[in-house]
Design a protein around this ligand. Structure first.
Ligand SMILES: [Zn+2]
Length: 299
């Protein structure tokens, strides 16, 4: 069976969420903005998670895909930068703002790559720990066909990227992508900034301790010159990642201290343990409530 036939079988399941999200976001107005990271490597911003593009002599490796309706724009932006086919699409984690374009890029001929547990969670569907909302199983055509457990390497002619699994961090199946020749690290949502706390998908096995350990795993690859592509927000450097790490540590310590006193989740939330951190981050009151709950649940 060819890719078009397989996609047709998945059609209804695939189109329903795409149409539902299209009603909320005006994807037609989204512009894809590239940032040149040197050595034929780019960060793309649009709507959803940041994308990283690595151009080899014969093909392109792409990290994350944003939302399905943006596929044509993202494809056009990459074609303008690199006149090569996209051979690999790496999923840093399962969320739809990073994997929404999976099926469309697969239809174009790309091989989808992700960590073993990412594939398992996408295939089974997940439940949001805060809202109870269910994300249904993804269609087969949107699932990685190449998976790995701890660490793997992808190569196109003249370029090599390393995929490193970080356990139980933003999700249970996170990947960070190290691009040594360009000195670029793509972190997925283990690092996520811009007037917000990171999300932690506790329902999928993510947790605050894993997030901090994940940032430490990132910092092993980051020196003073490394360009860091976060899951959300502007390009970062080592100092910005360290500042972000301190937010996670302070938030964990604040919630942990109250939980250790025997407080319930609601009592901890009522005590506003993140008030000072909220000001540093520039987040909303509701975001502080949500983040405190996620930390509490995961400790
Ligand atoms: Zn995410």
């Amino acid at each position: 069976m060819n890719r078009i036939a397989i996609a047709a079988l998945a059609g209804a399941a695939f189109l329903a969420p795409a149409l539902a999200s299209r009603a909320q976001t005006n994807y037609a107005a989204v512009q894809i903005k590239p940032t040149d990271l040197g050595r034929h490597t780019w960060m793309l911003e649009g709507n959803g998670g940041n994308i990283t593009v690595v151009e080899g002599a014969d093909a392109v490796i792409m990290v994350d895909t944003q939302f399905a309706p943006l596929h044509d724009k993202i494809k056009a932006a990459i074609a303008e930068l690199a006149h090569k086919p996209i051979r690999y699409v790496v999923d840093t984690h399962l969320h739809g703002d990073h994997t929404g374009g999976n099926q469309a890029f697969w239809m174009d001929g790309a091989t989808l790559v992700g960590q073993d547990l990412l594939k398992k969670s996408m295939a089974e569907g997940t439940t949001n720990a805060l809202s109870g909302a269910k994300t249904p199983p993804a269609p087969a055509a949107a699932l990685p066909t190449v998976t790995y457990a701890e660490r793997t390497t992808l190569a196109v002619k003249g370029r090599r990227v390393e995929l490193i699994h970080v356990p139980r961090a933003h999700t249970r199946g996170d990947t960070i992508v190290w691009i040594p020749d360009a000195d670029v690290l793509a972190t997925g949502d283990i690092v996520s900034v811009g007037g917000r706390y990171p999300n932690i998908d506790v329902g999928d096995g993510g947790g605050i301790e894993g997030m901090i350990a994940g940032v430490d795993a990132c910092l092993k690859h980051i020196d003073a010159k490394t360009k860091v592509v976060p899951g959300h927000g502007p390009l970062m450097d080592r100092e910005a990642v360290k500042t972000y790490r301190q937010v996670l540590v302070d938030a964990r310590d604040a919630v942990k201290a109250l939980k250790a006193q025997g407080m319930s989740e609601d009592q901890v939330v009522a005590a506003k343990p993140l008030a000072a951190i909220q000001t540093r981050v520039g987040a909303t009151d509701q975001a502080s409530v949500n983040f405190a709950r996620l930390i509490y649940k995961s400790l």
